[in-house]
Design a protein around this ligand. Structure first.
Ligand code: ADP
Ligand code: FRU
Length: 304
């Protein structure tokens, strides 16, 4: 068990499950609706907490009723929110998500207008005692300063950085991380369709980090500091029902595996197994039984 700090977002996720992705300008009825806490860093922490770690979150909320739902869920996962900043004005970030029950795909429309977590917020956190620091690669300049502080004050504490989206100067974060967790989406935004080739390209900008790239149902790839390339196949569940946060779950698996001294080969396999298990369930309760696909015939005969 380790103390883990995650810096990034918490969101309100409004998830509509539909029977097939709707056509533009159509009107469809959702099979189900779920409103819950989401956000990459807090999703990752929710999984790490179920794996037995003591987690703390650094991020921003607004002082409004939807923040209660987020805080309740973080409390349910025993995630320490004392480093969180609460803005007096504004709304929590929200994601409007279409979850396709036929293949588990998730399409996200995200809206936020809250300011980002800042270096000033982060500088109030006592870093001693954490066994791992995990950052979402966003607000690049602030995150760079956070990583620089972590490097100076906690030089032996591993730092992982999730690189999910193309953002201005995001490569400036690469040399400051021990583990870079890239998304397929980011690799593609660099114009590279092959995970192995992408990691070799990323190596030029991050000569000292272990590099990982998850690739959906193709599993995940690694290129470690010693120059070794790794791959794990995916572990598809009997039915893929919910891929929302598969990458966040995968990241939790990598952090847990490395904290426990697994080799990189084993770490990739463990993270893919964990993420595969998640894809067979709705939400992030990794110990919950597999979700059975509800019969779509419920919709038959129903008008919209
Ligand atoms: P993201 O949530 O960032 O889009 P990915 O789609 O790359 O992340 O998925 C992360 C990990 O989740 C993959 O490496 C894989 O192990 C697992 N995964 C994702 N989709 C599937 C799937 N359809 N079947 C099995 N495993 C999956
Ligand atoms: C899943 C997720 C959702 C959230 C969105 C934010 O990875 O974290 O929970 O709404 O992405 O980009």
């Amino acid at each position: 068990m380790a103390r883990i700090l995650g810096v990034g977002i918490a969101t309100l996720d409004i998830i509509n499950t539909v029977d097939g992705f709707p056509a533009e300008d159509s009107e469809v009825r959702a099979l189900a609706q779920r409103i819950c806490r989401g956000g990459n860093a807090t999703n990752t922490l929710a999984v790490l907490s179920q794996l037995g770690h003591a987690c703390a979150w650094g991020g921003v909320l607004a002082d409004e009723p939807d923040a209660r739902r987020i805080l309740d869920d973080l409390a349910r996962h025993r995630i320490d929110t004392s480093a969180c900043r609460q803005e007096a004005q504004g709304k929590v970030p929200a994601s409007y998500i279409v979850l396709n029950r036929r293949n588990g795909s998730r399409t996200i429309i995200h809206y936020r207008d809250l300011p980002e977590y800042s270096f000033a917020d982060f500088s109030r956190i006592d870093l001693s005692g954490f066994g791992w620091l995990h950052f979402e690669g966003r607000a690049v300049d602030e995150t760079r300063r956070m990583l620089e502080r972590a490097r100076a004050e906690a030089p032996h504490t591993p730092c992982s950085v999730e690189i999910e989206k193309q953002r201005d100067a995001i490569e400036n974060l690469f040399p400051l991380a021990d583990v870079l967790l890239f998304s397929r989406n980011y690799a593609r935004s660099c114009g590279i369709e092959d995970a192995g080739a992408f990691l070799r390209h990323a190596r030029l900008l991050a000569p000292h980090a272990d590099l990982v790239c998850a690739w959906g149902d193709k599993g995940a790839y690694g290129l470690t500091q010693d120059g070794t390339a790794h791959h794990s196949l995916a572990f598809p569940p009997a039915t893929v029902v919910d891929t929302l946060g598969a990458g966040d779950t995968f990241n939790a698996g990598i952090i847990h595996a490395r904290l426990n001294g697994y080799t990189w080969e084993h770490a990739l396999r463990f993270a893919c197994e964990l993420a595969g298990k998640k894809c067979g369930r709705v939400g992030f309760d990794i110990h919950a039984p597999t979700t059975l696909t509800p019969t779509l015939s419920r919709l038959a005969g129903e008008g919209v």
